[in-house]
Design a protein around this ligand. Structure first.
Ligand code: UT7
Length: 323
């Protein structure tokens, strides 16, 4: 059974933190951040939570799809920064929007989260277990950042994006999907909920409850693994990279996106980006970009898209979707 995205929505907190603001906080510069990452500003949640941002994005996705909350069968929130562990953020969203008929749960696979939520929803819907799903990627990375560490604090932002997913006619929607994980490399990007006991050794170097990243290792992983995964889904769908109208990739670094465009031999005009304004929002980045494209009318009926996420775990995934 074919499955597609019927509506999208997003939410960005009001406060904007610019590179110039960061210059006043740590030893960095607007030029370094722009050249190395492509970012100029990011949104930071002050009065919002992961649950409230998810709820706003979810309501807009339902509106875009022309659905009522009572229609929703399944809610999946992809997040690694929810303020409350139990109950999960998806249950909070269910209560807030009044989706009384839905089952709700979270998944945590960092920056691949939204892609994995989409694949999970597609699997449930094609199995016949649920008719539809509201999937959300939402993060408040500002809550887990060490604001004195210039190597990480300039990179991340907050926000949420959502999509309503439903069955569709054959030959449309998701044409192929693939995903993978490499847990042995987990130590290159991690954060722990509370500070570790300094007396106890573990595989993670940092003892504090902040994001730690070996940026160069994650970079290398992304530019090798993501094009391979994209080539696999394209080949499974019987397509070539040149057949794709839009590559909607996780927005981690403009140089990663440029390297992937080069590897696939497809110009950057097929790689929409919003990293300049949002920074890296982890699981929110793909649905934020998707909603921007959808609402600005850039997605035409029948366009071929590749969605691809990658990050902590390490995890990665991609799918081909006919809009
Ligand atoms: O979403 C999850 C997945 N995450 C990613 O995909 C991130 C992947 N990695 C990256 O995007 C890049 O590796 C970074 C943007 C994190 C770093 O860029 P880089 O070109 O790999 O820089 P680097 O870490 O090799 O650092 C180069 C220099 C260093 O100085 P020295 O040792 O050459 O003197 C750093 O100390 O830049 C320095 N540096 C900074 N300078 C100014 C690191 N952070 C900053 C900063 N401002 N904010």
């Amino acid at each position: 059974m074919a499955v597609t995205i019927k509506g999208t929505g997003s939410f960005l907190p009001e406060k904007v933190l610019t590179n110039f603001d960061l210059e006043k906080m740590v030893d960095t510069s607007d030029a370094w951040i722009r050249e190395r990452t492509g970012m100029s500003e990011r949104h930071i949640a002050e009065n919002d939570t992961v649950a409230s941002m998810s709820t706003e994005a979810a309501k807009k996705a339902l509106e875009d799809a022309g659905k009522d909350a009572s229609d929703v069968d399944l809610i999946i929130v992809a997040t690694c920064t929810g303020e409350v562990m139990v109950p999960c953020t998806a249950c909070k969203v269910q209560a807030e929007i009044g989706a009384d008929n839905a089952v709700a749960f979270d998944i945590n696979s960092a920056c691949s989260g939204f892609l994995f939520a989409l694949q999970t929803a597609a699997a449930y819907i094609s199995s016949g277990m649920h008719r539809n799903a509201l999937i959300i990627g939402a993060e408040m990375l500002s809550s887990i950042i060490n604001w004195e560490d210039r190597s990480t604090c300039v990179l991340f932002g907050d926000g949420a994006g959502a999509a309503f997913v439903e069955k569709c006619e054959e030959g449309r929607g998701i044409l192929s999907m693939a995903h993978g994980s490499n847990g042995a490399k987990g130590g290159v990007l991690y954060f722990r909920k509370k500070e570790a006991d300094p007396a106890k050794e573990d595989e993670y170097e940092g003892k504090d409850a902040f994001v730690h990243m070996n940026g160069a290792e994650v970079y290398k992983f992304a530019v090798r693994q993501v094009p391979d995964c994209i080539e696999k889904v394209l080949s499974d769908a019987g397509l070539k990279a040149s057949d794709v109208d839009h590559f909607v990739l996780h927005q981690a670094n403009i140089r990663i996106i440029e390297a992937i465009s080069k590897r696939l031999g497809v110009g950057m005009d097929h790689f929409p980006v919003n990293i300049e304004k949002t920074g890296n929002t982890s699981s929110a980045s793909i649905p934020l970009l998707l909603d921007e494209l959808n609402k600005s009318g850039k997605l035409k009926d029948g366009d071929t898209m590749v969605l691809s996420g990658f990050g902590g775990g390490l995890t990665y995934g991609a799918c081909v979707l006919k809009w």
